[in-house]
Design a binder for this molecule. Structure first.
Ligand SMILES: [Cu+2]
Length: 134
């Protein structure tokens, strides 16, 4: 009988221990996830295009927080275009029928115009606003 009680205590102890270590594991996972989120990339997709009605990027606004890593995927479906943000020193060609991936860190706060620098395209409407807030 005594042996039985001892074994019961041992089993209970083990169960309690297992519960504790599992909780600890979860806490660690949560911390890791938070760290990952902090460094997470904010991703945006758009097409770059023109026709008789106008020229444009399908996405008119990119909203991010200061410090965010920004990934912009641009698929050029018609014509010859680039993606330019003067204040960020970005000017990337976007070859036809390809996805061009542009990455940068939003380290300046404010509203910045992204546009296509091919003559006439920005005036034709091929631009949008990058909004970076604190
Ligand atoms: Cu263009």
């Amino acid at each position: 009988m005594r042996k039985y009680v001892l074994i019961m205590f041992l089993v209970l102890g083990l169960v309690a221990l297992a519960g504790c270590s599992q909780q600890q594991g979860q806490a660690t996972n949560t911390a890791a996830n938070t760290a990952q989120n902090a460094a997470a990339v904010k991703e945006f997709s758009m097409t770059s295009y023109y026709d008789d009605k106008g020229k444009w990027f399908s996405l008119k606004e990119i909203d991010v927080k200061k410090g965010d890593k920004v990934r912009v995927k641009i698929t050029n479906t018609k014509g010859s275009h680039d993606f330019t943000i003067d204040e960020y020193g970005i000017k990337e060609m976007t070859p036809l029928n390809q996805e061009t991936v542009i990455e940068f860190t939003a380290d300046k706060v404010g509203d910045f115009i992204y546009y296509c620098s091919v003559p006439g395209h920005r005036a034709g409407g091929q631009w949008g606003t990058l909004k970076v807030t604190e």
